[in-house]
Design a protein around this ligand. Structure first.
Ligand code: ADP
Length: 323
């Protein structure tokens, strides 16, 4: 087992689950005979029970601004008064902590054995970055360890009551994304981030298809780095072109959530660890994030009431392993 995961290692061996944090919140510890995988799923469901909306932030391509959108969307939702968490599932490139000025922080263990998420700007955050001794260390893990990590981030972390948990998925449609969706069971919706140029659009269409295949409701596509204003003559410059995200959304039959401009200030603020939507809340780029937050909020509330009406609860306790 990699050293990053050792602190969360179950205490027992074999098939029987002995996650200490699982036992702490289980009301059947005396009689519990769940197998480890069954217990992992049960534990994730138990944690997720207390979270109203689980929103995936996805892109099929790296570097399109997925973590930037996640951070600023989280801040905008928090400004509306919601309790918000960010689960940074990007194992190989965990950037969220840097964007909220929490680089170098370590996750702590509570008295009941769960993982306490890091609190920054009133957001609860869990990330691989908090487990690394050195941020330059590459993560070279086999799939079994990735499963363990994803399981711990969703089930081991004491998220408590949240209205929104934003899950920043790694780029692509690989194992981490599939495992996360499988463990979550119920996802409120997905926001797909793209940039306007052709190659990125091609990738965003793959994300749409992936979400549709996984039966995840699509909140919509957001076009990031969508044109900028020249700081000297104030004329628009379309560095990566403009409007492709909207065309792609129309073509794929999914909602378009708006454009976020290419803004050098956004890069600086992210590098300083100060979320733009909070520190420049009244500027146009922040408005784009606030507008995105309005649309995500509206979608989730509508879907939440639909789920309530159909009294469909995806969070079922997993059956006990036969004794
Ligand atoms: P991803 O999570 O998709 O890999 P990031 O959010 O880490 O992408 O963003 C990659 C880089 O692009 C970062 O340096 C970030 O500050 C920058 N960036 C993201 N969105 C914008 C934007 N709208 N304008 C300017 N720079 C941006």
């Amino acid at each position: 087992m990699p050293s990053e995961l050792k602190m969360f290692q179950p205490t027992g061996s074999g098939d029987v689950c002995t996650y200490m944090w699982a036992c702490a919140i289980c009301d059947e510890t005396e009689t519990c005979q769940k197998d480890r995988e069954g217990h992992s799923r049960w534990l994730v469901a138990k944690r997720m029970e207390r979270i109203d909306y689980k929103v995936l932030i996805m892109s099929n391509k790296g570097g399109v601004g997925k973590s930037t959108v996640t951070t600023n969307l989280a801040v905008s939702l928090a400004l509306k008064g919601y309790e918000v968490g960010i689960c940074d599932m990007d194992i190989h490139g965990p950037n969220i902590p840097k964007m909220v000025g929490a680089e170098g922080q370590r996750l702590k263990i509570s008295t009941s054995g769960g993982i306490i998420p890091h609190l920054a700007y009133n957001l609860k955050i869990a990330s691989m970055s908090f487990l690394l001794q050195n941020s330059d260390d590459p993560i070279i893990w086999r799939d079994a360890y990735k499963f363990e990590f994803i399981n711990q981030l969703l089930g081991g972390v004491e998220w408590q009551d949240l209205q929104f948990l934003l899950i920043d998925l790694p780029p692509g449609t690989g194992n981490e994304s599939v495992t996360t969706i499988d463990l979550l069971g119920d996802v409120t919706g997905a926001v797909i981030v793209t940039t306007p140029q052709e190659v990125a659009l091609l990738d965003s269409r793959k994300s749409v298809s992936f979400a549709k295949d996984s039966e995840i409701p699509i909140i919509g596509i957001v076009e990031n780095m969508s044109g900028m204003e020249c700081p000297h003559c104030h004329k628009p410059i379309e560095v990566f072109r403009k409007g492709g995200g909207e065309a792609s959304a129309a073509d794929m039959g999914v909602p378009f959530l708006g454009r976020i401009p290419l803004d050098p200030e956004l890069v600086m603020q992210s590098d300083y660890g100060e979320p733009y939507a909070l520190f420049h809340s009244d500027l146009p780029t922040a408005d784009a994030f606030h507008e995105l937050a309005n649309k995500v909020e509206e979608f989730c509330k509508q879907r939440g009431s639909l789920v309530q009406v159909s009294s469909k609860s995806p969070f079922k306790r997993f059956p006990k392993a036969s004794s």
